[in-house]
Design a protein around this ligand. Sequence first.
Ligand SMILES: NC(=O)C1=CN([C@@H]2O[C@H](COP(=O)(O)OP(=O)(O)OC[C@H]3O[C@@H](n4cnc5c(N)ncnc54)[C@H](O)[C@@H]3O)[C@@H](O)[C@H]2O)C=CC1
Ligand SMILES: CC(=O)C(=O)O
Length: 315
Amino acid sequence: MYKEKVNRVVLVGTGAVGCSFAYSMINQGVAEELVLIDVNEAKAEGEAMDLNHGVPFAPSPIKVWNGSYQDCESADLIVITAGLAQKPGETRLDLVEKNTKIFKDIIKNIMQSGFDGIFLVATNPVDILTYVTWKESGLPKERVIGSGTVLDSARLRFSLGKYFDVDPRNVHAVIIGEHGDTELPVWSHATIGSEQVDTVLEGKNDLKKECLEDIFVNVRDAAYHIIQRKGATYYGIGMSLVRITKAILNNENSILSVSAYLNGEYGQNDVYIGVPAVINRSGIREIIEIKLNEKEQEQFNHSVDVLKETMKPVL
Ligand SMILES: NC(=O)C1=CN([C@@H]2O[C@H](COP(=O)(O)OP(=O)(O)OC[C@H]3O[C@@H](n4cnc5c(N)ncnc54)[C@H](O)[C@@H]3O)[C@@H](O)[C@H]2O)C=CC1
Ligand SMILES: CC(=O)C(=O)O
């Protein structure tokens, strides 16, 4: 008998980020089933109704419904975007206490269903909440992934593309560290096409190295600038989450700067933080250790210290 193989993705949190993810999932035809869960059940129901009315225009069929934690049992991937978001003036780390509490409850509910798939976390502070998800779920570290600095790296690629007037898809540059104020760009490995950024700058007298620092600062602070103007960020992260979801469900072995558990890599232990990693159907296949220069390693170590210090009171 023909047995349909379907990919089921469960989304917990149907707020601005969750719905941007759901909308992009449907538009990109990534999975066959998408289950929506939110503590505000009416919101999840309304979102499912609305999204379903777009399905006739989607590139492939998808079933979307508002579900319950029981639907998690046979899920391949659970994406969590539930919890509080920053208000203007707040940092991501300011959310740690309240969102950790919310997460402990959510993860307990999910694991009671018998879920044995992969977690993808976006809620802030994302590195710490990914750690909480790993601890509370008891799943192997490879199957608990945070969105990390995928969005930050996309912002950097976009900005460099604009600056050098090239397609951002041809810009290879990565931000690592905390998804937050202590993150850092790895300029030593940034390329435009196949040329080092430094080499490109040398050939163009009117382009100054200080501009790179300005570009990074704007990228690092992009969330603050957007939140000040429109109250929240959600399209960029929604599409970043779909990019990671595709890498997982399509077994892509793609390299993305997710939040991954370090066990000796980069000289660090027992922390989830943004680093490039190979992503496939089993989650994180391996962490890529970029050879950082001395200044980059120092900045990275500082980022780890800040995350560990912030985590202490909530774990
Ligand atoms: N990692 C990243 O790059 C980014 C992360 N974020 C983070 O994503 C999170 C969500 O942001 P928004 O969607 O803008 O917030 P939102 O307020 O629009 O949505 C949050 C949703 O979570 C739900 N929720 C709260 N407690 C819940 C629980 N116990 N169980 C199930 N659902 C629950 C709420 O009902 C609401 O629908 C925030 O923490 C935000 O900081 C936002 C942008 C980028
Ligand atoms: C809010 C957030 O984490 C971001 O847009 O980067």
